[in-house]
Design a protein around this ligand. Structure first.
Ligand SMILES: Cc1cc2nc3c(=O)[nH]c(=O)nc-3n(C[C@H](O)[C@H](O)[C@H](O)COP(=O)(O)O)c2cc1C
Length: 350
């Protein structure tokens, strides 16, 4: 019997060589303030793509310089970013993997060194830098996302993933925890999702039918019941691939049933998978090939994303394929050392 993780999949007619995704992971300290791809980024993605994952999602890349989560984040807010991005897209293509670029705006979580204000659907009383976006500013952001997708396409990416999770801007619009507007961009789910819907329609129009539109969704936005409604809405709006993660808050966490040996984020992905027809990626602490394979084998997901395992061992997928020893992630606490610098990762130290 073929290994469940290596059963082929057709995504919008494109063959995907396996069911393993390299999820978006910002490489802190690799990019410079201009957001242009550096030699360090190129080396990282060369190694990552050669590692064997079927889909490589390039890290959160800013659609506007004043909406960055960190001053040294990759950017796609100008045409000057295209050549560097095209180097990454071609490395991924060379390894016969699907290339997606995650496009991102931090909203309330905009870094203080990139903007004095943190523009969001609604101001947050706990954040004195926060300010409510005007409708004209929302339209600018919509166009920035659509232009970013068009640049990603020009660079050779087969699609984009809209970052709608982890409490960033699109997640803030979608969730009534953050969105208190009463105009056309807030007040009910339809309105909360207007910005995302307009972006999706705009990308489809500008980049064509074949261009893959993925969406990283915060499942608890604010509760899983909302996450499933959001997922169905996104499917209807034209999203091709859902990637289910968390919604940037620790409220309303669903409880996986007894015997389901994965955390609530993976569980949420499996629940959402039952409510949509488009493919779903599940993620978070899947950790091992056995656990990833079980999810695919039992049709709980179409793809499994493994982040830290592939950071610890960029050849993780090839090692699984060839039945070789894997260099295991050390599960650093309080958090992964890649948040500071990849060079600090204990699993990567010789
Ligand atoms: C250093 C680091 C950077 C990350 N950067 C991003 C990012 O750019 N975009 C995103 O959506 N998630 C990001 N994540 C979350 C990962 O994509 C993934 O969801 C998370 O690591 C859980 O999966 P894992 O347990 O397989 O590592 C990041 C995670 C880490 C450890």
């Amino acid at each position: 019997m073929p290994h469940p993780l290596f059963t082929p999949y057709l995504l919008k007619g494109l063959p995907v060589k396996n069911r393993i995704v390299f999820p978006p992971v910002v490489c802190f300290g690799y990019a410079l303030e201009d957001g242009i791809v550096t030699a360090k980024n190129v080396d990282h993605y060369r190694q990552t793509a050669a590692g064997g994952a079927g889909i490589i999602i390039t890290e959160a890349t800013a659609v506007l310089s004043d909406g960055r989560l960190a001053p040294f984040q990759l950017g796609i807010w100008s045409d000057a970013h295209i050549p560097g991005m095209s180097t990454i897209a071609s490395l991924v293509k060379k390894e016969n993997a699907i290339s997606l670029l995650q496009i991102h705006h931090a909203g309330l979580l905009t870094n203080e060194h990139v903007s004095t204000t943190a523009k969001a659907p609604s101001a947050d009383e706990k954040n004195p830098r926060s300010a409510e976006l005007t409708v004209a500013e929302i339209i600018e952001i919509r166009e920035a996302f659509i232009n970013a997708a068009e640049r990603a396409k020009k660079a050779g990416f087969q699609g984009v993933e809209l970052h709608g999770a982890h409490g960033y801007l699109l997640n803030q619009f979608a969730s009534s925890l953050f969105n208190h507007r009463t105009d056309e961009y807030g007040g009910n789910m339809e309105k909360n999702l207007k910005l995302a819907t307009d972006i999706i329609h705009g990308i489809r129009q500008r980049c064509g039918e074949d261009f893959i539109i993925g969406y990283r969704l915060g499942a608890n936005s604010p509760a899983l019941e909302d996450g499933t409604i959001i997922a169905k809405h996104l499917e209807k709006a034209g999203v091709d691939l859902l990637h289910v993660s968390h919604g940037g808050s620790l409220l309303n966490l669903p409880r996986p049933p007894k015997g389901f040996d994965y955390n609530w984020i993976v569980y949420s992905g499996t629940v959402i998978k039952t409510t949509v027809s488009i493919p779903v990626i599940v993620v978070n602490e899947i950790k091992t090939q056995e656990r990833a394979a079980w999810l695919i084998e039992n049709n709980h997901a179409d793809f499994t994303a493994l982040g830290r395992p592939q950071l610890a061992d960029p050849n993780w997928v090839n090692h699984v394929l060839n039945n070789e020893k894997i260099n295991l992630c050390h599960q650093c606490k309080p958090k992964c050392r890649w948040f500071e610098a990849g060079a600090l990762c204990p699993a990567r130290k010789k």
